[in-house]
Design a binder for this molecule. Sequence first.
Ligand code: OGA
Ligand code: MN
Length: 277
Amino acid sequence: MSDDSNRLDSMDVIPTGAALGAEITGPDLSRPLPAETVAALRAAVLEHGVVFFRGQSLDDAAQLAFTRYFGPASVHIRDNQPDRPTDEIMMVSNVRENGKPIGSLGHGEIRFHSDLSYMPHPGTFSILYAVEIPAAGGATSWCNNSAAYDGLDDAMKVRLDGLRATHLHFRPEQNPDPSVDHPIVCTHPETGHKTLFVSPYFTKSVVGMAEDEGQTLLDTLFAHQTRDAYIWAHHWRVGDLVMWDNRATMHRREPFPDSQRRILKRTQIFSETRPVA
Ligand code: OGA
Ligand code: MN
């Protein structure tokens, strides 16, 4: 008997109404996805930048199987996660067990960034699945970097043409040697949209520009990108799965009290190509 679950006609894409983001209802992500449903999900995340599903119940194998519909799930090396469930799953958590953190990224603010942009082949899609969520704080916001590019004035678009910027992780051991630079304006390889590919957390300088001048330019771009008009915030519930496209968006997590537990499981896919202007 064929498995009729997760057919395309049982799926709805409901845009948030903000600059990006859509809720997807219908699929049970613990079950296999037909090819036409996978294609529609890929189209939805490309169109909306970030999509979320509520009420999922996933073990590690199911999260990895879901991730692999969109590309090879990659190992993301972290040095403080000896007990993580599998190499491809990164625990994002402030919880400590026996005095040791079970995951990364703590409880503080994580400033706006695109995952792995300090790598030559940055992240394409990232996926977070919510296991435990604090009662207060810890919302994650995404910024539509394509809309932010479109919203620049023509003089700025001309000025950015041909410029590149250096990306660095704040932990030196995570950076490749030599460090990486990418075009400030990239063309999305799947949608063809132009997008700003700089972020306050990881973008440090403009190649070939005096430090002050480069920082002033980057600060101007960061202030523009992070206007409310380009942003949507997700307020987590246990069982949420959120998937986003790092090539067209950046994200930020607000802090939460360290006295509360927050556990998410992250999977990610690296780009097979370098970003191009
Ligand atoms: C990440 C990340 C945000 C969050 O895992 O890449 O930025 O809400 N996490 O924990
Ligand atoms: Mn991130």
